[in-house]
Design a protein around this ligand. Structure first.
Ligand SMILES: C=C(O[C@@H]1C=C(C(=O)O)C=C[C@H]1O)C(=O)O
Length: 407
């Protein structure tokens, strides 16, 4: 007679051990669904020509299947079509459960160097001008929604310790999707790492079950209970934010509907919180019509969903052109996707937001806000400032708004 205890698979590692074992060059990803640490490169995965990343990943996984026990493809894909990607089949993969909440009283430690220079691109006023221009396009009927982002370039007085930065992000919010990916490009003077804590699940797949959790419509978290209660009530009631959110939920549901035999889309968004923000959220769940189809892998679903109107806009092509015309800094990996996919198609991909590219002493980070009819340029600017706080706090950059203003 078999024992139910012995039959149950048990993680071989603790989540905290995987986080502690992370070194630049590794791939780290953790979420409420579990943690994954991958090292070494068995093979590189490149989507040349018109081949999708999902096709290239499926071929690489098939080739690795005879060699590796449980191959995965892990990495990140940039925002633009044809943007840089960094997908590999790692040589070694370790898995564990979800990160645990830190013990109460555990002191938060900032990762960072002491002194920073901060250069905004564009300058905050120019960002607000860009929002005004986007509102003109929306008013002219060319566009329903566009997400405009701005960038901060930071330079520290010492190299940024990426493992401490990653650990700080997980400690600040163990329920986040935390990641660190080697995205070193030719010509980089040192390892370049994409690191972040995304609240936004693009898609996760397990067996025939899929879940996506688009977010859009935001308020900064105040840190004061009464004020936050008001902000949540205001966000829930805001027509402008509900409109911004509806665009995203509708598109995600439409795309997943092509793959699913069953799909559940909540009638109303709910409000979810991160340590820095409140967001309208829709948890969309479904069952795949044909889970054995390689075209339904988690990466294929993620590529079909990308870019959602949470980071691009409606209609997609117009919004993409508007972003290219109005944002002075190429997004790189920001607003792309990061995650992993396995041999049977299971996996998890998140939207690359609340993230930074770190290379030696330099950091490049972005934050964006959804613009729809009725958006206020100054409020959208303030929203991007609030979104920067996730990374700036973890980096130990104090009073970034002042640092930005002084730049
Ligand atoms: C674009 C970002 O966030 C996205 C945009 C949101 C919004 O416009 O309300 C909310 C969550 C994210 O989907 C970002 O954090 O940079």
């Amino acid at each position: 007679m078999s024992s139910p205890v012995l039959d149950r698979p048990r993680p071989a590692h603790r989540a905290a051990d995987l986080l502690a074992a992370y070194l630049p060059g590794s791939f780290y990803f953790s979420s409420p669904r579990g943690s994954l640490l991958a090292d070494g490169v068995h093979s590189f995965v490149r989507a040349a020509g018109r081949r999708s990343h999902a096709r290239a990943a499926a071929e690489a996984l098939d080739a690795a299947a005879g060699v590796l026990a449980e191959p995965v493809v892990a990495g990140a894909i940039g925002f633009r079509p044809g943007a840089a990607s960094s997908l590999v089949v790692p040589a070694v993969v370790r898995r564990a459960g979800a990160p645990e909440a830190p013990l109460p009283g555990a002191a938060p430690t900032a990762a960072g160097p002491a002194t920073w220079t901060v250069t905004p691109r564009p300058a905050p006023d120019a960002y607000a001008d860009g929002v005004r221009r986007a509102l003109e396009l929306i008013g002219g009927g060319d566009l329903d929604k566009v997400v405009l982002a701005r960038c901060l370039r930071l330079t520290a007085d010492a190299p940024v310790p990426v493992p401490a930065l990653l650990a700080g992000l997980v400690r600040a919010d163990p329920a986040t999707h935390a990641f660190a990916v080697d995205v070193t490009a030719p010509g980089d003077p040192a390892t370049r790492t994409l690191v972040g804590a995304s609240p936004e699940l693009l898609v996760a797949r397990r067996g025939d079950r899929v879940v996506a959790n688009p977010l859009a419509g935001s308020r900064p978290r105040a840190g004061d209970r009464a004020v936050d209660r008001e902000r949540v009530a205001e966000l829930t009631a805001s027509e402008k934010d509900r409109d911004e959110h509806a665009h995203v939920a509708a598109q995600v549901a439409e795309v997943l509907g092509r793959f699913c035999g069953e799909l559940h889309v909540p009638a109303e968004p709910e409000v979810v919180g991160t340590p820095t923000m409140w967001h309208l959220s829709s948890r969309i769940t479904g069952r795949l019509a044909d889970p054995a189809d390689p075209g339904s892998s988690s990466l294929a679903l993620a590529e079909a969903l990308h870019p959602t109107p949470a980071v691009c806009g409606v209609p997609t092509a117009r919004a993409r052109d508007t972003i290219a015309a109005l944002e002075p800094e190429d997004r790189g990996y920001y607003a792309g996707l990061v995650g992993w996919t396995g041999l049977g198609g299971d996996g998890e991909w998140v939207v690359t937001i609340r993230s930074a590219e770190v290379c030696d002493r330099t950091v490049r980070l972005f934050a964006g806000a959804g613009i729809v009819a009725g958006s206020d340029p100054e409020a959208e600017l303030a929203e991007t400032t609030a979104k920067f706080a996730t990374m700036l706090r973890a980096l130990g950059v104090r009073d970034a708004a002042a640092a930005e203003g002084a730049a």
